[in-house]
Design a protein around this ligand. Structure first.
Ligand code: SF4
Ligand code: SF4
Length: 242
């Protein structure tokens, strides 16, 4: 029997989330992410939003983003972190995907950076640095609008972060738990809306580069859109290091 279109009503949307499958991640983490997503959807239904409106929010990554921000705000800061302003080895982005962000984050990031298009960017300091980085002060020029990955990445050892740029896997840097939930909520949203609405992710580095090159939002989104497997690769990679 084929499933009901999740855009047809809130009952169908809820059922689609409850039956969505995400392979390759630990089941306990998937079920935690499902509870987070269902709680978001139930709150949205309670506030009178339609299935189409809620699906639009899931498509943009709003539930993943909202849950991660609440959890990160509630995370107690620890004294043993080495993180401080101007320490920016974590803003040198590894791999080809340029860090995974949602559509909602991509739009906010582009809006924050577009007004300074043409200014020197992080790549004047290091060729793989995030373009949003100020190359002189090595501080983030979109700090208030920085994505979840930037809020989640912390380290007890800046030296290990510097070594990681060269490929070392020394202990010290890592991501906080809310980032794991964020990736899985996004993956569950995609599975629940499959065939009805797209749930894309984007390259943080390419969104920042497009905004600083003066490219408009739609052009930048089109260039920075990830292949679907990038989100799956990232959630599996991060879950291994939880
Ligand atoms: S994660 Fe590492 S590089 Fe980034 S601020 Fe913290 S110590 Fe510095
Ligand atoms: S958005 Fe800001 S914090 Fe995040 S990688 Fe870029 S410069 Fe660093």
């Amino acid at each position: 029997m084929s499933r009901a279109d999740p855009l047809n009503g809130t009952d169908a949307l809820r059922k689609s989330i409850l039956s969505a499958r995400v392979a390759g991640s630990p089941p306990d983490l998937v079920e935690r992410a499902r509870r987070i997503l269902v709680a978001y959807v139930d709150a949205a239904i309670g506030q009178g939003r339609s299935a189409r409106q809620i699906a639009g929010e899931m498509s943009s990554g709003v539930p993943a983003l909202t849950a991660a921000r609440v959890a990160l705000d509630a995370t107690e800061p620890t004294n043993d972190l080495d993180c401080k302003s101007g320490c920016a080895f974590c803003c040198i982005l590894a791999g080809e995907d340029g860090a995974v962000i949602t559509s909602a984050e991509a739009r906010v990031l582009h809006t924050a950076l577009y007004p300074i298009a043409g200014d020197p960017d992080g790549r004047d300091w290091h060729p793989r640095a995030c373009p949003a980085l100020d190359p002189e002060t090595r501080t983030c020029r979109t700090y208030a609008a920085r994505p979840v990955i930037c809020r989640s990445y912390v380290s007890t050892d800046a030296g290990a972060c510097e070594a990681a740029v060269g490929g070392s896997t020394e202990e010290g840097p890592g991501v906080l738990g809310p980032h794991v939930d964020y990736l899985l909520v996004q993956a569950l949203s995609r599975a629940a809306l499959k065939g009805s609405a797209k749930v894309s992710t984007f390259s943080l580095a390419q969104i920042a580069a497009g905004a600083l090159a003066g490219n408009d939002l739609e052009e930048t989104l089109a260039t920075a859109r990830h292949r679907p497997r990038t989100l799956d690769d990232e959630r599996k990679r991060i879950a291994k290091h939880r």
